[in-house]
Design a protein around this ligand. Sequence first.
Ligand code: UD1
Ligand code: UDP
Length: 367
Amino acid sequence: RQVAVVLGTRPEIIKLAPVINECENRGVDCLLIHTGQHYSDDLDRVFFDQLALPEPDYNLEVGSLSHGEQTGQMLAGIERILEDESPDAVVVQGDTNSTLAGALAATKLHIDVGHVEAGLRSFDREMPEEVNRLAADHISDYLFAPTEETRRYLERESVGGEVFVTGNTVVDTLYEYRDTVREKSTVLEDHGLSAGDFYLLTAHRAENVDDEESFERLLTGVARFAERTDRPVIYPIHPRASARVEEFGLEIPEPIRTIEPLEFLDFLCLESEAALTFTDSGGVQEETCILGTPCVTLRYSTERPETVHAGANCLAGLDPDDIVEAAETMIEKDGDWTVPFGDGNASKRILDVLVAADGADAEKMEA
Ligand code: UD1
Ligand code: UDP
């Protein structure tokens, strides 16, 4: 049996790594298709190296384009490969343009599609990711929902595919690496940071950083809290955000220090050791919850409400006063919440479904 895995961005590489490894463990032939949506070394190559992943069999090298052009080029390229290779199933993850293109190309060729991290909803269709998620879920055959809550969303929408609650594959990845992080990473020393005495910031969502006023307000709120509590903020800056800083001529307020995007173990080290994390990333909301670091989300909606219900995360929006207030509340948390994303065996459950001819042996939940 051959499974094609389509990926294109940093979070897809990180969250599909355990699925790719599990294919190898079971002797399942894995055809790796990279769309090339992310291509800078620090968003792409470093993760293949650090997570010991095989080289992609194909790289479409699509690069940065408008949504339509990017998705269209991926669609045509993936279709050609799937026609040549005829895999038994295609796996996509998450909510990016690469996710949508992979799912759409496969379903039009009547190849089974498995969507990892299915059923997430922010209920905000202004986000390109929400449109990608909705479309991918409704054209997939196997929906790998990370939580019961996401399963319920899929049932409510009467999706056509079968739904399996698997947990989130990010737990599989974190469990593999978290114990060695402090040994292997020198990121704290490299940046003169003391464990528990700094804040971590990531912000890259289009709706936040592509709008000058929103980006400024977000930075102002984080900087105000950092000044009041006399701690530095470290901001590994995504290339979309650094391009906007340049374009708008933004002055990054003093307690915030921008650095290049980090490789995975260094970033995990900062997530584990930060007193508090500020983010608009999806994956960072999950990882901080798993690692026991409180999180303030710089958005008005989240497709990860489980983190908020667990007590690990708080939706602050972009108003500076609201950000400070949310941070004051979250900094008091001791990190002993229950993690809602499963037991670290998500990729095993996913492979159970993909290798069983009819999915009969898998831990199946009827949609
Ligand atoms: C994409 C995903 C987003 C995900 C993020 C993960 C979509 C619609 N968005 O957003 O959901 O959270 O990836 O990081 O799929 N750039 C580089 N080098 C690269 C890639 C991008 O410099 O390797 C710069 C370019 O200036 C580009 C910009 O970043 O225009 C945005 O890249 P793009 O892939 O379009 O979207 P992301 O913001 O990365
Ligand atoms: N990440 C990383 N280095 C960084 C920033 C993030 O390795 O400098 C990892 C982080 O651990 C998480 C993933 O990238 O696994 C999140 O990706 P991103 O925020 O780009 O995308 P999103 O999750 O919002 O789609």
